[in-house]
Design a protein around this ligand. Sequence first.
Ligand code: NAD
Length: 339
Amino acid sequence: MDIVNVGVIGLGRLGMAHTEKLVTIISDVNVKAVCALDIEQLDYAAKTFSVDTYTDYKKMIDQSGIDAVIIVSPTGFHPEMTRYALEAGKHVFCEKPLGLELDEVKEMAESIKEHDDLVFQLGFMRRFDQSYLRAKEIIDNKGIGEVIYIRAYGIDPISGLESFTKFATDNDSGGIFVDMCIHDIDLIRWYTQMEPTEVWSIGNNIAAPQLKEINEFETGVATLKFENNMIATLIGGRHAAHGNQVEMEIMGSNGWIRIAQEPKKDFLTLFTHNGIENNCLQSFAERFEQAFRDELNDFIQNVKNNEPSSISVDDGVRALLIAKACKESAEQNRLIKIN
Ligand code: NAD
């Protein structure tokens, strides 16, 4: 296959950005069709990208002549859309998380394994970020010795709270651990190749009491114990006044790694009578521009060359199981054993 024809489902906060990348900077791909429920988004995409538009994803899959589907719809739709696309013989890129419920996601995983002639790739894009990749190399080469402790922050800017509230009101986001901390859960499993055995989590809504009405914690903190007693703390939130704080610290027996401890937008530091100032990154899209581009490129090349994705569906199932245990612990105020 020289050119991979794709259709994108979902044109919201992330889907429109994925579509734009596929149209403008990813090679060997042709975006033939897009699907969304929002007519304004569809009109914008039709005008800007010259694509066919659909409001019914099944029609898009069946009628548009595509080879692959990029699923960027709300999380609850991922299992049914993935299964429909695979049954129709289409390769699938699906945004994280795999879904909201473990039983559906396990069925989805079975269907993915049954269709192993088709590429399935999950959107854990941080695995493509250059800093996280460098950390993986250092850890694998024992550059910091044995990992003792990992602390991960995933805190969205307060300026994004309104759009998040709309997203989580229209559809179940899964909550702070499933929607946000799942990225760090995946990275920690990838780095350490170990599984957590128990978790204790808590959450609050001090910075955004309105999120309580939609059953969301604004801030969530989970402490996980791993097989070899390694410890990880996950801190998820939606309240950062200064910007997008996605930070990780990995403490080893012979050195530490810190990734993005300050979310600096560029290399400029301003020194004035007000003090020392830096501009901060304001969104996940800005922070992970390179990673989003490289993961989409990887998917298209995997489809072209008939290569499996390096991120397995079992990674997605496992990450969801752990994130759900974090959520359960916070909701039930008790330590949860993870099997
Ligand atoms: P959003 O609410 O902004 O957009 C959702 C889009 O899906 C809209 O265009 C809507 O019309 C469309 N849609 C909804 N139901 C549909 C249906 N039944 N059929 C067809 N289209 C439908 O959502 P978002 O913030 O872009 O998030 C979408 C997904 O991307 C979620 O699963 C989210 O977890 C994931 N996401 C991942 C990252 C990341 O860091 N990798 C960041 C943001 C969002």
